[in-house]
Design a protein around this ligand. Structure first.
Ligand SMILES: C[S@@+](CC[C@H](N)C(=O)[O-])C[C@H]1O[C@@H](n2cnc3c(N)ncnc32)[C@H](O)[C@@H]1O
Length: 193
C-alpha cells in the first residue's frame, strides 16, 4: 500500500519533529508501544513524559521500557494527561517536540476506562502551550466505542476552531473504510505562534 496506515502515519509525523533536543509526551501510554517508540526517538539526551490513569497500563509501560533498557529516558505518571502542566517540569515547557494521544480504551482491558472529551481537550490545550514553535500534537481518534462519537465530535470541533495564525490543523482518514476506523487529527504549532 502506498498510502500510510493510520498508526504508521502518526509515527511518521512525530519523526518529522526530531531536532537537536527531543522531548516527547505519550498522553495515553496504554501498553507502552508509543512510549517505547518515543524513547528510542528521544535518544540519549532526550526525554519522554508518559501518562495513564490505569495502574495496569503504567506497569505494562514500565516493564516494556525497562526491558528495552530505556528507563532513564522516560518519566511515567500514573495520572491523567490533564495533569500535564503540573507534572512536566517547568524547564520543559515550551520545549516539547511532540505529543501523541491514542483516544479510546486499552485493548484487552477494562473497556469502561476511556478517554473523555473534557480531559482530552484540557490536555490538548495545555500541551499546545508547552510545545516548542513548530511542535506537533498527533491525535489518533478511535471512536467506535460507547462515548467515542461524543469525544470525536468534541475534539474535532475544538481542533477546527483553533486560530490558523497559531496552528496548522489537519485530518487524515480513510473515508471508504467500514466500522468506524480510527483517524488522525494533527495540530502543528506555527513557528511564529
Ligand atoms: C487506546 S489506549 C492507548 C494505547 C497505547 N498508546 C498503546 O500503545 O498501547 C488509551 C489509554 O488511555 C488511557 N486513559 C484514559 N483516560 C486517560 C487520561 N485522562 N489521561 C491519560 N490516560 C488516559 C486508558 O487507560 C488507556 O490505557
Amino acid at each position: 500500500m502506498i498510502l500510510d496506515g493510520i498508526l504508521p502515519f502518526a509515527r511518521l509525523l512525530i519523526e518529522k519533529t526530531v531536532s537537536h533536543s527531543n522531548y516527547f509526551v505519550d498522553a495515553t501510554a496504554g501498553n507502552g508501544h508509543d512510549t517505547l517508540f518515543l524513547a528510542k526517538l528521544a535518544g540519549e539526551d532526550g526525554h519522554v513524559f508518559a501518562f495513564d490513569v490505569q495502574e495496569q497500563a503504567v506497569q505494562h509501560t514500565a516493564d516494556r521500557i525497562g526491558q528495552a533498557g530505556f528507563p532513564s529516558r522516560v518519566s511515567l505518571f500514573h495520572a491523567g494527561h490533564e495533569q500535564a502542566q503540573n507534572r512536566i517540569p517547568e524547564h520543559y515547557h515550551g520545549q516539547l517536540n511532540a505529543a501523541i494521544f491514542n483516544l479510546g480504551y486499552l485493548p484487552k482491558s477494562d473497556k469502561s476506562i476511556v478517554t473523555k472529551p473534557s480531559t482530552t481537550i484540557e490536555a490538548i490545550r495545555q500541551l499546545f502551550h508547552m510545545l516548542k514553535p513548530g511542535g506537533l500534537i498527533v491525535l489518533v481518534i478511535y471512536h467506535g466505542h460507547e462515548g467515542g462519537a461524543e469525544e470525536r465530535n468534541a475534539v474535532v470541533q475544538y481542533a477546527a476552531q483553533l486560530d490558523q495564525q497559531q496552528a496548522h490543523v489537519m485530518q487524515y482518514s480513510f473515508i471508504n473504510q467500514v466500522n468506524t476506523p480510527p483517524f488522525i487529527i494533527a495540530i502543528e504549532k506555527r513557528p511564529e505562534a
